[in-house]
Ligand binder design. Structure first.
Ligand SMILES: [Zn+2]
Length: 249
């Protein structure tokens, strides 16, 4: 007998299988990342049709079988339809979903990652926060939740907490104004950039998308986050290629 569970989560990916079905990857609070079949979800009259798409957030009633899971019904809280219909933000949206897919796994507690996705999708619709800032916040916070984030509070050379003015990409660390000079790949960094990075590392998800930065700081964050992503992510993310293509046009 298949066991029935109810989980709260968000659809990260949904791919067509066979003639009428979908295979859905869901990030859930209770079971981490799981996959389940949505049988008949591509039939016009299926109640699963509109509720098994990426971004759908809600409660999923699932039958756990011995070899696979299947979705029985879904009660949606948020479709985030405004993300999928807005060409300015949709590529960010899919990239955040793929990042979450990258950093999560089965049977973990994914509450933090879910909260982050939810808050980020809300933030993408706020005109006062640049989309790229939302992106760097999501990237760094995912690394923090995963436990693989840079050392941003004292110098990687001498340990001082004063005058941290450089970021050394190879080691993913900050350096003071003296030590930074002898680090070959170090890039200089404004105080406000350091504060932004420290804030992202320490703040609760509820507060994360409450600030903005100047274009100069956003540029420094871009350089630093691109380097950190190279250190932290060991495979190419398809949605990132797409996002880079769209934002550089
Ligand atoms: Zn130092």
């Amino acid at each position: 007998m298949a066991e029935q569970i109810v989980v709260t989560g968000m659809v990260l990916a949904s791919i067509p299988v066979g003639d009428y079905d979908r295979r859905v990857t869901i990030l859930t609070k209770e079971r981490g990342k799981i996959s389940a079949f949505a049988r008949g979800a591509r039939r016009m009259n299926s109640p699963l049709m509109g509720v098994t798409n990426p971004f759908c957030f809600g409660r999923f009633k699932i039958y756990e079988g011995r070899t696979s899971n299947s979705i029985d019904s879904v009660e949606i809280d948020q479709y985030f339809q405004e993300i999928t219909t807005d060409l300015d933000v949709v590529y960010y949206g899919f990239y955040f979903l793929e990042l979450a897919d990258y950093y999560t796994y089965e049977n973990m507690d994914a509450q933090n990652e879910l909260n982050l996705l939810y808050a980020a999708f809300k933030a993408l619709k706020k005109p006062e926060i640049p989309h790229d800032l939302v992106r760097y916040i999501v990237e760094l916070k995912m690394m923090v939740f995963h436990g693989s984030y840079p050392q941003m509070f004292h110098c990687g050379g001498c340990g001082t907490e004063e005058h941290l003015e450089y970021f050394g990409a190879a080691r993913g660390e900050v350096f003071c104004k003296d030590c930074g000079k002898s680090i070959l790949d170090a890039v200089s960094m404004k105080q406000s950039t350091l504060y932004a990075l420290q804030f992202i590392i320490t703040a609760n998800v509820g507060k994360l998308f409450s600030f903005t930065v100047t274009p100069d700081v956003l540029n420094e964050l871009r350089v630093i986050m691109e380097r950190l992503a190279l250190l932290s992510i060991d495979r190419e993310l398809k949605s990132l290629e797409m996002l880079n293509l769209m934002t550089r046009l």
